[in-house]
Design a protein. Structure first.
Length: 298
């Protein structure tokens, strides 16, 4: 097993795609961190980190391409078959690939998250340490699950190009689905109609105050609301999205109950996501190992 891991690590580190993935992850992390600093003065009752999820997604995509191409090369060069002939079991070969992919994922994650965390110091430093740890863990588990998915898909399809497209498509579809439903989920509990106050400033300096009834476009009830909640609980992309949308209230003395309940909901989501994403990682590995064990390599 150790020799399998070492040989794979060497191949990853010698592959030009590794250095491209490093540059992409670090660059997007730095840009994300810089963007975070733009919102440091916007902190109010609720402290949150205005991370732009796209820069984390880009790092995940770079990781997917790297893993799919390097793992797929094992099949195109006939190396997998040679390892089996040499006496290694399919399970050990698959596990070694998962371990190496995890190492690559840790590298890309750290390159991306450290600059982001530096830019979001006003958030990381103000929330309790336990919540900060959970925030980091949730985001990492999204990186990790996508890398495991990539290894599984690559080892089942045994074709580099197809594996890259399939792995990328899976991640993209999951994210698109969450993008359609997150507005509805985060507005659960909000009223269908609300009164909004608008201020009109005229040329002579006078200000007119107007109130207007506005309809909540994300209002849900009944079956639709249940489906939204189920999708949120099932979709693995919410491990990342819930972390990005997490907020903490430092001073709870002058806050209404609705805001306190919303904070409790975000904390519950953060806790649940860690359990859910960890379970998904284990399930993905077990299913992948079983399918590869049954796969005919001839």
């Amino acid at each position: 097993m150790i020799n399998l891991i070492k040989s794979q690590l060497i191949k990853y580190f010698r592959n030009p795609l590794f250095f491209i993935a490093v540059v992409v992850s670090l660059t997007t992390g730095i840009y994300g961190g810089v963007r975070c600093t733009d919102f440091k003065d916007d902190t109010n009752v609720v402290i949150n980190c205005r991370v732009e999820v796209m820069w984390m997604l880009t790092a995940i995509w770079a990781c997917i391409v790297l893993i799919a191409m390097c793992a797929g090369k094992e099949f195109s060069d006939g190396i997998i078959r040679n390892k089996i002939v040499a006496g290694h079991t399919k399970i050990s070969v698959f596990l070694a690939e998962i371990i190496v992919a995890t190492i690559m994922t840790v590298i890309m994650y750290l390159l991306n998250i450290i600059p982001t965390a530096i830019g979001g110091w006003y958030f990381i430093g103000e929330i309790p340490v336990l919540f900060a740890v959970k925030w980091f863990v949730n985001i990492f588990l999204t990186f990790e699950l996508m890398s495991i998915f990539t290894v599984v898909i690559t080892y089942i399809l045994a074709k580099r190009a197809v594996a890259v497209v399939a792995s990328f498509a899976l991640h993209f579809i999951l994210y698109i689905i969450s993008g359609f439903t997150d507005g509805y989920y985060y507005n659960i509990g909000e009223p269908k109609m609300s009164t909004m106050t608008f201020y009109i400033v005229y040329d002579d300096g006078t200000i007119e105050e107007r109130e207007q009834e506005c309809e909540n476009g994300y209002y849900t009830e009944g079956v639709q609301q249940v489906l939204v909640q189920i999708e949120h609980a099932v979709n693995p992309m919410y491990g990342l999205i819930d972390a990005i949308n997490f907020g903490y209230i430092p001073d709870k003395t002058n806050v209404d109950n609705s805001l306190l309940n919303e904070e409790k909901k975000r904390i519950r989501d953060l806790n649940f996501d860690i359990i859910k994403m960890s379970a998904y990682c284990i399930m993905a590995y077990c299913i992948g190992a079983y399918l590869f064990y049954k796969k005919d390599l001839k």
